[in-house]
Design a protein. Structure first.
Length: 205
């Protein structure tokens, strides 16, 4: 998993509340078990009309937000079914960080396991960041998210602090997903297997 240290990128405001995982990636795109290739279908119903043409009014179809790596979302983002394809599709689209007033628990956990930093802030702070991302002289300006120092620098120079669970923060900083965490114990695993093969050879016969 790619390490997350400092991210400087454009943020796209998505103020809708209760955006569920079917809105993030519709069920008909869940046939694959690969983590790649899903970005083109992220937010499909919002991005495309029935003929498959882009909806020009949707934020991610506008410049410069097509390249947004940060989403500023409404409350309860990622609710609905627990499909891990939702963070897969966002990561494949290029999203590395989501800022909101609250997230569905399983979606929140899946994001961290797939290298996406979820930042929870009070609603008034989320509203401020969304406004800076989408209007006035700061529209399309870059935000800087520093996970090491747990700060967000907005395009107007204002700084906000946030908190993240220490274990999840450490995993992101070191690029460790569940497999990476397991591999940190490879010497102990090898020692156990050697001992088991020696004392119970019939198990590996």
């Amino acid at each position: 998993m790619e390490k997350f240290e400092t991210l400087k990128a454009i943020a796209a405001p998505l103020p809708q509340v209760n955006v569920d995982t079917d809105m993030i990636i519709p069920a008909r795109f869940l046939k694959t078990i690969k983590r790649t290739g899903l970005g083109k279908s992220a937010f499909y119903a919002m991005r495309y009309d029935d003929a498959g043409n882009e909806r020009p009014e949707f934020i991610l179809n506008k410049e410069p937000y097509r390249g947004a790596k940060i989403l500023i979302t409404g409350a309860n983002f990622g609710c609905g079914s627990s499909r891990e394809h939702a963070p897969w599709s966002l990561a494949d689209f290029g999203v590395r960080c989501i800022i909101g007033a609250g997230f569905a628990d399983i979606f929140h956990s899946n994001c961290f396991k797939n290298g996406i930093l979820c930042i929870t802030l009070p609603q008034e702070q989320v509203d401020k960041l969304a406004a800076l991302a989408g209007s006035g002289n700061t529209a399309g300006g870059e935000f800087e998210v520093d996970l090491e120092n747990e700060t967000i620098v907005a395009p107007d120079g204002s700084v906000l602090s946030f908190g993240v669970d220490a274990k999840r923060r450490d995993n992101l900083l070191n690029g460790l997903d569940d497999i990476g965490l397991t591999l940190q114990q490879k010497d102990k695993i090898a020692a156990f297997e050697e001992k088991q093969n020696r004392e119970q050879p019939w198990l590996s016969a």
